[in-house]
Design a protein around this ligand. Structure first.
Ligand SMILES: *Cc1c(COP(=O)(O)O)cnc(C)c1O
Length: 236
């Protein structure tokens, strides 16, 4: 096969996977009595080259997600001319907050006050950064996210920082629990935070293996990687 033919075949595979996932999202939404249009599908492109993001963008994808600051910054800089919204979904280091803020349109993974403070200090002019409070739904305190009991206090702290716009909550389902029950807890936390800030309506939940359950539990933002991109190149 010529390189061009190989590339064309790879692109049509990508297009097919993307539309298959979108159909499954729409089905899941209808079964949950929800409007598919209220659900944002973010394509997680971590470990894949910037060229894959370009292909996705040509297929109409606008929302893309990355979980490492360096990779986010490199791809965002390379593709700055494209109409894309960059979602940072990985663990954020305080000393990388300025770099994260420069490259990301949305930070899903605010899990402690110090990170929120650092993102706020990195504000430029009157720019606003959309952020979500990441909640740890596992029993392992070492996993990313604030403990459920502390989510509201963290949200209240974010609300004191005028350059951050609190949008809602984010979580990853634990491996050892039915995703539906974990996402139900997340929905309760989201509701609690909405009593403090009614505009914080986003629930970022659901990946390749559990987005149907996430849609049923009210997720507004799905973070889907491998089901769309294919397997990730071996790296970390
Ligand atoms: C990698 C990643 C995803 C996407 O995972 P897939 O299983 O490939 O869909 C979603 N959320 C986070 C936080 C991730 O790191």
């Amino acid at each position: 096969m010529t390189d061009e033919a190989a590339e064309a075949r790879q692109q049509s595979g990508l297009a097919a996977r993307l539309s298959a996932i979108d159909e499954r999202i729409a089905d899941a939404a209808r079964r949950a009595d929800r409007d598919p249009a209220e659900i944002t599908r973010i394509v997680v492109t971590k470990f894949h080259p910037a060229s894959l993001v370009t292909e996705l963008q040509a297929l109409g994808v606008r929302e893309v997600g990355e979980n490492r600051q360096q990779e986010l910054s490199a791809k965002q800089a390379e593709l700055a001319a494209l109409d894309l919204r960059w979602h940072f979904i990985g663990q954020g280091q305080t000393n990388k907050a300025a770099a994260i803020r420069r490259s990301a349109d949305v930070v899903h993974s605010v899990d402690r006050s110090r990170l929120a403070d650092a993102l706020h200090r990195a504000a430029v002019d009157d720019g606003l950064l959309d952020v979500l409070v990441q909640v740890n739904l596992t029993d392992d305190a070492g996993r990313g996210g604030v403990a459920p009991a502390e989510a509201r206090a963290l949200a209240e702290h974010v609300l004191t920082l005028p350059s951050l716009r609190l949008r809602g909550v984010m979580a990853v389902a634990p491996l050892d629990e039915e995703p539906a029950s974990a996402f139900a807890r997340l929905r309760d936390i989201a509701e609690e935070i909405r009593t403090v800030e009614p505009s914080a309506t986003w629930i970022s939940a659901g990946m390749t293996g559990d987005f149907v359950e996430a849609v049923a539990a009210g997720a507004t933002h799905l973070r889907i990687g491998s089901a769309i991109t294919g397997p990730r190149p071996d790296r970390g």
